[in-house]
Design a protein around this ligand. Sequence first.
Ligand code: BES
Ligand code: MN
Ligand code: ZN
Length: 526
Amino acid sequence: MSKLTFTARTFADISKAKTQCAIVAVYEGQLSAAARALDSAGSGSLDSALKLGDFKGKAGQTQMLPGIGGAARVLLLGCGEQAKFDQAAARETLQGLNSALGASSAGDALLHAADLVSDKVELDWLLELLARSLVSSAYRYSATVAKPKDPLALKKLVVNPGETLAVKAAQAALDTGAAVGRGINYSRELGNLPGNICTPSYLADEARKLARGNDKVRTKVVEEKKMRELGMGALLSVSAGSDEPAKLIVIEYKGGEPDQAPQVLVGKGITFDSGGISLKPGAKMDEMKYDMCGAAGVLGTLQAVIDMALPLNVTAIVAAAENMPSGRATKPGDVVTSMAGTTIEVLNTDAEGRLVLCDALSYAKRFKPAAVIDLATLTGACVIALGSHASAVYANNEDLAANLLAAGEVTHDRGWRMPLWDEYRKQLKSNFADLANIGGPEAGSVTAACFLAQFAEDYHWAHLDIAGSAWNSTPKGATGRPVAMLARYLQDRVGAGEQGKKKKAGPRKAGPGRARPGKAGPKASS
Ligand code: BES
Ligand code: MN
Ligand code: ZN
């Protein structure tokens, strides 16, 4: 885990500020105010560097220069044309900053951030993104390798917000971003761990760790014996072929009022998906260790929520199992009975995610949720439909869908709405049970979502198919999505009133990165 710290403070004379690396914004053809201040202290050295023409100030372009005054180095941070500094340009700029800091041996740095704003970019939004992305870029996978990549040299980033933003607000944005970044890294780590280490029991232990020493957090693990009593025949049919027992992991975080209905997050936690008797082909089968990225997203989000001490009640449910073929495994054609009483014909044992999730969704009812959001690497069809850029968003409630999409826009951890029309549901008919677990070759992500929808009719529900967004194939690795989207969604719920109720008109509190009309895409009301 990264030991990177963030501090917001202002300086009387920035050229005297002691730092290993002063970072100043440069727009195309134009030094920012902070850059000009350093330039005069350094007898025009920034201007001379610009005149050479190598560094043009394009968004994401950077150039390291020798030190001036109290700074051992000066990093010119290209921001593009000032008139075009929007959120996309800001993201490019921060990517450039991250790679420059990644390549530098500076142990601390000082960013003069006051000029990194425009009518489309607010500093609190930018600082939250900065901290999140920098923490995330410091992640190294090390659990099972002798020589992990060199760690990030940077240990401390000081941010000078100048007059643009109060120091306290800047610090809050940095703290939030860092907390979400750590949640993302935690999620990535769980995703990256191999299936022989990250088993359902391992996930249960991790969930217990989240509750340790925090009386607002309680973890409970429902074992297979109890699942049988609860009638969770669908979930149990998936773990039947594995020597690893399934675990239904429940973590309750009580940061809100005792009577406040919780936001419930449900994660698909298939720690390895061989396909079962409907065995997958060998190519890339190793990637099915990532089939617990829904669970990882839930745990990462919850860790960030705990870290931020959000005044909200959040319940996490992880349906963890391993999908393996064996003499005891469920066979194609077997009919199982779910906790809801619905019988399911398992036509393909590789469509196992919906089987573990449907019982978890039935279980979620007991928490009288404000909303239930499940995350699952559910279908290869989703990867075909949307690729890696968007998580598929399905919902039985318009406000919930809008709120998730808005949170995705603000964080650039985006979702895209998909349909749950009755016409698709018809594809799940079975001759021998109430429901088949596959809906044919067409619209595979949609029919999988339709399957889940039948178990989520009693509350506001959304399903995120993250099969494309949760990991990269080249280079291989978990992305930690959609932790940023969900953390933002939950931050937005603080004081926002009940999900589904019409929001009151009038101004809403402007927090870091909050969606604002005309700036960040879809938005319900303001
Ligand atoms: N975990 C897979 C979905 C998946 C596939 C995620 C590829 C990421 C990349 C899921 O359990 C699965 O196998 N789904 C099947 C469903 C089919 C049998 C109806 C699929 O997508 O092929
Ligand atoms: Mn599968
Ligand atoms: Zn799967």
